[in-house]
Structure formats: C-alpha cells, structure tokens
Design a protein around this ligand. Structure first.
Ligand code: FES
Length: 103
C-alpha cells in the first residue's frame, strides 16, 4: 500500500520544537490536510493544525511551509510514496505544532 511520509515540525512556543515522522496510508486525491486528519484520528489527537473551510482554499487558515514554500495544506495534494517536510509559517506567531496566530 502506498504511503505518504510526513516530517512535521512540532512542539509549542514555550516548550521547544522537534521534528516527528509520520507514515500515512495514501488515498487517491488526499490533501496534506487530509493526511494530518489521519494522524489526528489514528496516532495523535493532540496534533494541532488550524483550518476552517477544509478544501475551498477560502479561509487560508491552513497555511504552512511545505518543503520550504508557503502553501495551503488543504489544496496541496499528497503524492504516493513521497516524503514531505511541513512546518508552521515562520512569519506568524507560533502557538503549537502547525497552528499559528492569524496575524
Ligand atoms: S482549510 Fe481553508 S484554505 Fe485550507
């Protein structure tokens, strides 16, 4: 079964950061936000990510750095058997994991 390998910067502003690796089963058409939902459902419900519209690319709350480039997690498609690095946007106040303030 194909998987998506996510290396995600996690932690909290006051507790420091670390990178955690997740292997997520790939499904056709899944976005990186869908992959994070899988992690929250199956591995770590405490994983913090901000979102509202989930796919309309309208709320812009799921902004993150994906392999160093800013983008919206709900509109970036996962690629089977790929490896991707995801970090919170550095220009915004960091809260926890991928969640930032909405400045
Ligand atoms: S969740 Fe709204 S733009 Fe991604």
């Amino acid at each position: 079964m194909p998987v998506v390998n996510l290396n995600v910067l996690r932690g909290e502003a006051e507790g420091g950061e670390y990178t955690e690796h997740f292997e997520v089963p790939y499904e056709d058409g899944m976005s990186l936000l869908d992959a994070i939902f899988w992690i929250r459902e199956h591995q770590d419900p405490s994983f913090a990510v901000r979102y509202s519209c989930r796919s309309a690319n309208a709320c812009k709350e799921c902004s993150a750095l994906v392999d160093g480039k800013a983008g919206y997690l709900c509109s970036i498609r996962a690629v089977p058997d790929s490896e991707v690095k995801i970090e919170p946007l550095r220009a915004l106040p960091w809260i926890k994991d991928l969640a930032t303030g909405l400045e």
